[in-house]
Structures are given as structure tokens and as C-alpha cells.
Write a protein that binds this ligand. Sequence first.
Ligand code: NAI
Ligand code: 15L
Length: 266
Amino acid sequence: MLKKLLMTGAAGGLGKSLRPLLHRLAEKVVLSDIAEIGDLAPHETFKRCDLGDRAAVDLLFDGVDGVLHLGGISLEKPFELILNGNIVGVYNLFEAARHHGRPRIVFASSNHVTGFYTRHQRVDPAMPVRPDSLYGVSKVFGEGIASLYFDKFGQECLSIRIGWCFPKPINPRTQAIWLGVEDLFDLCERGFTAPSIGHTVIYGVSDNEETWWDNSAVAFLGWKPRQSSAGWRADVLANMKPEKPTDPDVIYQGGHFATSKHPADE
Ligand code: NAI
Ligand code: 15L
């Protein structure tokens, strides 16, 4: 059991979904976000912070023995926003960790690190990255910092390349990459409790019928997804327009992230 877990991005979608589960993992939880949060439970405190503000990030770490880093830009956006939230922000977070006893970090990376692989390819975490967006590149940077900080400073981190972690899939792509929140929680827990993780990269995906990713090399983590998107198959098929296999949105794992314009050209 952790004494004090810091969760960034606590006001966001995943932050809200995970919050009710975190008491299983930690005695106290420090929630942080650039946006306000109300209704704190007795074991929770809130510290508002822009991840781009180095001094403010430092202040989040007092007594912290685990960090769940969800905060930052979660979609393709203009580079200035991504730079502050996902590049300067991740650097600030790892620097603060380095100066505060190196609490283990679970980093919310993304499937968009490898979004330019096609859906016919089976991808494992050791394959070269193929980011599909500036956002995907920022997650490559986060994984790069995590790798450097382990090799040079012994900072341990689990980078989870999350697929689609929302209540239910909405099309065949999200059906294949769906991650249930209980599975995400279990994976975060393994990130904090597995004996030795160095810097480990894993795809965050449930036990779905179709999968594009192979996590077998990271079985040592001891994580076995228990949820599946299979139950929504009929719902997805009933509510979707037929897909053309030649449509680039359908060809690439990253879907529309791989085909969207440069944000500066929007
Ligand atoms: P979200 O956009 O709902 O939440 C992100 C939170 O970060 C927001 O509350 C926002 O206010 C905060 N934030 C943004 N910039 C900030 C800054 N400069 N300083 C402090 N806080 C800032 O995203 P969601 O869906 O909750 O995702 C959480 C994390 O997981 C993100 O890092 C995202 O990239 C990653 N992820 C999520 C996936 C999903 O299916 N939900 C899939 C792949 C990755
Ligand atoms: C992500 O990385 C995003 O944070 C999430 O909102 C979804 O868009 C997801 O990827 C996706 O692949 O659709």
C-alpha cells in the first residue's frame, strides 16, 4: 500500500474514473490538475498546478511515494499547448521525482506512439515508434525521458500506451483497442507493486476479441486484463457506417490521428 499517491490530470476523464478506486492503492491521494476539482473524499487533497510551472510541480511531491501521471494534452492540438503540457510538463515531473526520492511513476502514454502501423500489423513495445501526430510525438518524448531517467538515475516508470479507455467502444477501431477502467487500475497497481520494473512499456488494452498489440514480452509484470469489449460487438455493428478498407482512417492503427491536418493548418 502506498502512503501518498500523487495523481495529475485528476479533473480529466480518466482521473474521474480512477479516483473512486485509488483508496485500494494508497492511504492518501494528492489530486492535481490545472482545472479545479470539488467534492474531496477524506483521504484526498487537491493542489492546483500547471505542469509547465516547474516550481509548482515540485510542491506536489512532498511525502509522495507513487505518481500516476495523467495530466496534459490528450489529443492533437497546436504545438505550443503540447509543448507546455506534455514536453515541459513531463520534464518537470521527472525532475521533481528525481529530487524527491524517485517515487515510482506510472505514465499515461498513448497508442498514438505507434499509430502509423497498419491494423494488419501486430505491434509489440520493443518495435520502433511510428507516431501519428504531434501529440503522439509528445508521448514518445515522455517515454524517452522515462528511459533516460531510469538508465541514468534509477527512476522507475511504467509507461502505459493506453488504447481507448472510455465506457464503451464506438467503432471497430475502439473495439480492438478498448481498455476497461478496472483493467487500467489493475495495471497501474502492478506498476506500483511489481518487484522491479526499470522502465517498462506496455500497451494498455483489455482482453478484446481482436487485438493489434502483443504484450507477451512484458508478462513479468503479472498483469492479466479481465475485461473485454466483446459484449459491445453487436451494438458497434448496429450503429456504424460501413467502413472502406482503403480509407486511411481505417488502414492505420491511429485512425483519424494519422490522417488529420497539421494543427497549424486547421
Ligand atoms: P483529459 O483531457 O480528459 O484529461 C487530461 C487532464 O489534464 C485535464 O483535466 C486537463 O485539465 C489536465 N491538463 C492539461 N494540461 C495541463 C497542464 N498544463 N497542467 C496541468 N494539468 C493539465 O484526458 P484523459 O482521457 O483523462 O486522459 C488522461 C491521460 O491519458 C492523458 O495523458 C492522455 O494523453 C492519456 N490517454 C488517454 C486515453 C483515453 O482513452 N482516455 C488514451 C491514450 C492516452
Ligand atoms: C488518445 O491518446 C486520447 O487521449 C483519447 O482521447 C482517444 O482519442 C484515444 O487516444 C484514441 O486512440 O482514440
